[in-house]
Design a protein around this ligand. Sequence first.
Ligand code: GZL
Length: 320
Amino acid sequence: MKFAKALASATILAACTFGSASAAELVVGFSQIGSESGWRAAETTLTKQQAEQRGIDLKFADAQQKQENQIKAIRSFIAQGVNAILVAPVVATGWDEVLQEAKDAEIPVILLDRTVDASDDLYLTAVTSDLVHEGNVAGKWLADTVAGKPCNVVELQGTTGSSPAIDRKKGFEQALSGHDNLKIIRSQTGDFTRTKGKEVMESFLKAEGGGKNICALYAHNDDMAVGAIQAIKEAGLKPGTDILVVSIDAVPDIFQAMAAGEANATVELTPNMAGPAFDALAAYLKDKKAPAKWIQTESKLYTQADDPMKVYEEKKGLGY
Ligand code: GZL
């Protein structure tokens, strides 16, 4: 049965890959977390573009940041008999049962940009960056920048229980170990959003002498950093000089902040996770050869030295 189903999908795929108008389209369900950040919105835009270019009929479901909505969407995709399912899992736990249901229905699942604490035989592959490495790059940049001077750091964490929040924290702390001059004095989730990032930064500033006790902010994404920059300015301080700002994603707006001297560094995360995912799916449906369980995307450090306005212009068109 398995092979027959795969053969059917491969036939559909082969036809639509070669653009035969008569072939039914490959149907793929996409359970997206929501639109909590500029990066997330770009990932959605690019996934839809990639599907369109490949003649894939994409069934899109926005979970509004709720795992139960993602689980409902995956069950609906299974009931529709889609050929494959993409999931960007909002948190790392609680997926075993629904992923097993997809497996029992012989529908391959591909994880996008976040991982899950489940056996890897429950998904075809995961397309993500090395989230620990991203935190590491950010921490190393800060350690090199302060160069041994005492520096109290505040941290805006991503969504509680999500793999980026867990791993970016881990990588950052690894980079700080051995640098006793660097100390994380406050750490709290800003849920990857600008609004929450601003709110939590306001509370950090209030709690730390109006901010004079804070040397640097590490935010798990640029959107929280942009919100925090607003809070730092409203507290009468200069972000980027009074308080160094390092974050992750490399969305256009952080380059505008860098150009204004209000942010210092960001680690790039590509929003095009769907391209590698659809390529892996096509290969799998064609010859049943399972891809590696992890397709890793690049992480690149950008600082104020990298002509931020030029990068801003380049990125503006890429799905953001
Ligand atoms: C990381 C991704 C994160 C982005 C945020 O892989 O899941 O989710 O860094 C987004 O901008 O909210």
